[in-house]
Write a protein that binds this ligand. Structure first.
Ligand SMILES: *Cc1c(COP(=O)(O)O)cnc(C)c1O
Length: 261
């Protein structure tokens, strides 16, 4: 037979592999695949790869840089709008989940306060709240625009000075402060593992963040909305899931190592 097998492509294969690995790790932690959300990190993806992933039915996308976020959102919205006017049948393939009408963008990187008004209208969740001043800026913007913005507090669980994030002992306090801000909703915690060659080095910081997450969640009734633990990237997502992550942020394992620009 000549030609490629229907339904396979490097991206599709990579996607399936990551989904399988997530499912296996979820099972090891006594959960199901659907209990762990994959955010596909597009910072090194080509526009074609992003469209390809969305065509496979993937909904959650993450960006760490503000300017790229704006470009990606615009490109993808154009694609989704065109798809809608042409009608789904044109590109629909058998045995594939329907392409979503809308995607959800996540701001996963460090957010500067002067970029809040650019980012908030584009995203569903801001993962990296790493200071009270940023929370206040987000809250002011949300109040002004009459909305409630979902955020995660970023934890610096490895103690590396180069990392953004709140030191673990200070985290419950900032969560309490955000809870007094009516236009913010603190949905949980996010952390990044230390940069090392050994993924197992991430286990300690992940476990520590999970412990903090469970403590905060357990200490007050009515904290039902505080239910997101975002940790784990290509190198360490299985360890993160084993330690309790319910969002993983995956770039290279899906899109490869290539720089898009
Ligand atoms: C780039 C990035 C990721 C994805 O990293 P990979 O190693 O490509 O999977 C996840 N989270 C954040 C905050 C990032 O900046």
């Amino acid at each position: 037979m000549v030609g490629s097998t229907p339904g396979t492509s490097p991206l599709r294969d990579a996607y399936r592999k990551v989904c399988d690995r997530i499912a296996a790790a979820a099972e090891r932690s006594g959960r199901k695949a659907k209990d762990v959300l994959m955010v596909a990190v597009t910072k090194n993806a080509t526009p074609d790869q992003i469209r390809g992933l969305v065509e496979m039915g993937h909904i959650d996308l993450g960006e760490s840089r503000v300017q790229q976020l704006g470009q990606r959102v615009a490109q993808l919205n154009e694609f989704l709008a065109r798809h809608k006017t042409l009608g789904g049948a044109v590109v629909a393939k058998p045995n594939t989940p329907a392409m979503p009408e809308e995607v959800r963008w996540h701001m996963i990187g460090h957010l500067q306060r002067n970029k809040v008004k650019q980012v908030v209208p584009l995203v569903k969740l801001v993962h990296g709240v790493d200071s009270l001043r940023l929370a206040e800026e987000l809250h002011n913007y949300a109040a002004r625009t009459e909305q409630v913005v979902d955020v995660l507090v970023q934890v610096n669980a490895s103690g590396e000075a180069s990392k953004h994030g709140i030191s673990p002992p200070a985290v419950p306090h900032i969560v309490d402060q955000i809870e007094t801000m009516l236009h913010l909703r603190c949905r949980g915690l996010m952390t990044m593992a230390p940069h090392t060659d050994n993924p197992e080095d991430a286990r300690g910081p992940f476990a520590r963040t999970a412990e903090l997450f469970n403590e905060i969640r357990g200490e007050k009734v009515g904290r039902d909305g505080f239910n997101i633990l975002s940790m784990g990237m290509t190198n360490d997502f299985e360890i993160a899931i084993e330690e309790g992550a319910n969002i993983v942020r995956i770039g290279r394992a899906l899109f490869g190592e290539t720089e898009s620009e």
